[in-house]
Design a protein. Structure first.
Lengths: 722, 52
């Protein structure tokens, strides 16, 4: 994460209340235990002007309430000193935090649970009566009326999420899983009322509520999966582009949300930070790493008057740029449009549960109609025939189907989450399981996306290291990393974009560009020169290294029968070298973002299901277009938004792991469907023959749900034991 | 039978109290930070009620 300059002004992130008080929301990294929480709340709470500091340990968010205007910079500084780097949340984002839908589902779940539990109280005497115990018709009717009193309001309230979704789906002329559920619940209530009124023996008030209770569990799990991924994605965004440093007339830096930057604003970009919006360099000189935007692995030098693109990483000195576009219409606009088109093709994907519903709905409803018509024409009473048809709908109501997929997907994504892979939705897992072709981007995906020192004699590294340790430049840091801890040069002076000068053991030395050290300039950006004053010169070369487990991960993918291809925006030379090293025969270089999309479209047209793994802005559109998409945690926010799964950490092994878990999840879901089908094959004839009573319905429904849930829990061991 | 007419409304009232309590905990944000609440009881000065 970029180091936040705590002398800067963060007041744009403070939300003002009506009563003069103000609030600040921060994402705090590294707070994991009770001790951290106590330390943070105490440290921040004792600052002057702070009324209350409260850390949510589950989400890692710190909410600070100030008495007056408040001093956010002081809070961030305090947190930094305590050892917890913090990033302020955009106030607009923080307000959207509230999870309304989740609360509503929990409330519905609570009401359904209350209803199911209490209706059971009246159902037990009725069931006892079914088995020959003494229960007069008058008592039974009283029990039914009392059941109705509780079940009807509970079912109507708890069923709202299903009724609304079914209505929306019907209005679009389709039938999703919620249509048979709604028909089932409403029909159950109507039949139960009419049976009770007509002094019938069978009423199913308990079934209506307990059905909703079980279904709401599934619905809530599905929602939780999406909400968890959404908030994790927001955290990633907050960490990535926290703010832009806008300069006022007197040259003081004000931190503002990137969305507030206007055309013509002067912005400071410190070394190691990303350029927040498109702009033109006004002051300073530096080297920019465009890998995330174009896929080029060689950094480019920029001088005053040069254009720079949002997302480029500043490798050299401090730059001052004049914004030439707002953040939402930076050079990314065309790519964003492509991404939107891609996202639309993805939303056309029909989920497993809805595919099952498409088979289930016509079959069951035809059967119910047939039961009624055949029963009536074969001499059953009208009421008796109708009751059998209703019993069929009740007992085959897709309770287990509603749980079958979400229960599996939440366990699968929980398992991947613990392995550092974030799944954005259940549909993403379903699509990932179908993949048969994997396309990799090179820079930042197959490679680490940062420079590493190439093979250099140990004594040279030792000689250069003291000076390198004094610099924050990425190339110098690569040397320091290779050398390990040790002596640091004294009296160092760093010239932005040029190099560093200092004393090692009393001898003056320089490390930097060829011209800075006095060597013949080759124009290469991925090398440094070093020399003691008047001494010999040494050249150090760097390159972007292949991730250590890349070859292994690709071999694992091939072993699973997947074909692998590299599509890169980089030049042919480095792409070919990388492809050879990781063992991929099929590679293409020098591709524009649009050519990448074309390549994906051609593969899709040929019937391939493509998984795209990419990190750059040049991949974003391809990520959106591909059947499934993964991005590393170091990727640009646009790419993370376009991807279905985001994996953190250095290991590319996350890709085969995610595919394994997704395939196992699909297998479990299919097993669940099969079990539901077997259950329905037994239950439906029983209902058609009139063998079902309220007790059998209650047992059958809960047993099938339980079996499905237990099968889903087996997902915890998918892809090898942890 | 008379016992039932007394016990039924009584048990329903109890259950309604339970439901009311659940809604209350939900409205007061008691499920927003389960990890934090579990840790808070370890410290005397943090042992306060949840905040909306």
């Amino acid at each position: 994460m970029a180091v936040i300059d705590t002398s800067a002004d963060f007041s744009a992130f403070v939300r003002r209340g009506a009563d003069g008080a103000s609030r600040l929301e921060l994402l705090v990294k590294g707070a994991r235990c009770a001790g951290c929480m106590a330390k943070i709340e105490k440290g921040v709470g004792e600052l002057p002007g702070v009324e209350l500091a409260r850390l949510n340990l589950t989400s890692g968010k710190l909410s600070v309430a100030f008495k007056g205007v408040g001093d956010p910079a002081r809070v961030i500084e305090t947190l930094d000193r305590l050892g917890y780097p913090a990033t302020p949340y955009d106030p607009n984002e923080a307000r959207e935090e509230h999870d309304r839908e989740g609360r509503r589902l929990v409330l519905a779940l609570g009401v359904a649970g209350f209803g199911a539990g209490n209706v059971m109280m009246f159902s037990v005497p009725v069931w006892a009566g079914l088995f020959g115990q003494e229960l007069g018709p008058a008592t039974r009717e009283t029990m039914y009326w009392l059941s109705a009193l509780i079940a009807t309001p509970c079912a109507l309230y708890a069923g709202m999420p299903f009724f609304e979704s079914a209505f929306r789906s019907l209005r679009r002329g389709k039938a999703n899983m919620d249509v048979p559920i709604s028909i089932g619940v409403i029909l159950t209530l109507i039949v139960s009322f009419s049976e009770t009124l007509l002094h019938g023996a069978h009423a199913y008030f308990d079934a209506a509520v307990s059905l909703l209770f079980l279904l709401l569990i599934g619905r809530y799990l599905d929602h939780k999966l999406r909400a968890q991924a959404r908030s994790a994605a927001r955290d990633l965004l907050a960490l990535q582009a926290p703010a832009a440093a806008r300069l006022d007339g007197r040259g003081r830096e004000h931190m503002v949300p990137v969305s507030d930057v206007g055309v013509g604003d002067r912005l400071a970009v410190a070394p190691g930070e990303r350029v927040p919006v498109d702009g033109v360099v006004e002051e300073g000189a530096s080297t920019l790493d465009n890998a995330l935007i174009t896929g080029e692995s060689t950094p480019a030098a920029v001088l005053v008057g040069h254009a720079c693109h949002a997302g480029a990483l500043n490798l050299g000195g401090r730059l001052v740029i004049r914004a030439s576009a707002k953040s939402e219409d930076s050079a990314v606009a065309a790519i964003a449009r492509l991404m939107e088109a891609g996202a639309q093709t993805k939303s056309a994907y029909v989920r497993l549960a809805d595919k099952a519903a498409a088979i289930y709905v016509p079959v069951v409803h035809t059967l119910a109609a047939a039961t009624f018509i055949v029963g009536w024409s074969l001499g059953l009473e009208f009421r008796q025939a109708l009751l059998r048809a209703a019993a069929l709908l009740i007992i085959t109501c897709p309770c287990a189907l509603g749980l079958a997929v979400p229960a599996v997907q939440i366990t699968a994504s929980g398992r991947l989450f613990r392995k550092g892979v974030l799944v954005k939705s259940g549909a993403a897992l379903e699509r990932l399981a179908e993949v048969d072709h994997v396309v990799f981007d090179k820079t930042g995906v197959l490679t680490e996306g940062r420079p590493r020192l190439l093979k250099t004699p140990r004594d040279v590294v030792e000689m250069v290291a003291p000076l390198a340790r004094a610099s924050r430049h990425p190339l110098a840091r690569a040397i320091a990393e290779a050398a390990g801890p040790g002596e640091v040069a004294t009296d160092t002076k760093e010239t932005a974009g040029q190099g560093i000068e200092g004393y090692i053991g009393g001898r003056k030395a320089r490390l930097g560009r060829a011209s800075f050290v006095g060597a013949p300039d080759t124009g290469a950006e991925t090398e440094l020169w070093f020399a003691f004053e008047g001494g010999t010169m040494a050249r150090l070369r760097f390159s972007d290294q292949i991730r250590p487990d890349a070859a292994q991960a690709i071999a694992a993918l091939k072993a699973r029968g997947l074909t692998v291809e590299i599509l890169s925006g980089d030049l042919a030379g480095p792409v070919e070298a990388a492809a050879r090293e990781v063992g991929v025969e099929d590679w293409h270089a020098c591709l524009t973002p649009f050519e990448k999309v074309d390549a994906i479209e051609m593969l899709t047209a040929a019937g391939r299901k493509v998984l795209m793994v990419g990190d750059g802005l040049n991949d974003a559109a391809a990520l959106a277009k591909a059947h499934a998409a993964m991005a590393p945690g170091s990727a640009l926010d646009a790419s993370q938004n376009a991807a279905d799964l985001v994996f953190s950490g250095e290991a590319l092994a996350a890709v085969p792991l995610a595919i394994d878990v997704a395939r196992a999840a699909r297998k479990r879901a299919m097993e669940n469907f099969e079990m539901s089908a077997v259950y329905n094959l037994m239950a439906a004839p029983a209902a058609m023959l009139g063998l079902v009573n309220p007790f059998i319905a209650a047992i059958a429904m809960s047993a099938s749900s339980l079996v499905v849930m237990l099968n889903a829990l087996r997902m915890n061991w998918a892809g090898g034991r942890s | 039978m008379t016992a039932i007419f007394f016990l039924l409304p009584f048990s329903l009232i109890l259950a309604l109290l339970g439901l009311g309590g659940f809604v209350w905990t939900l409205k007061h944000g008691q499920y927003e930070d389960p990890q934090g609440d579990a840790s808070r009881i370890l410290y005397d000065h943090l042992d306060d009620g949840p905040k909306v």
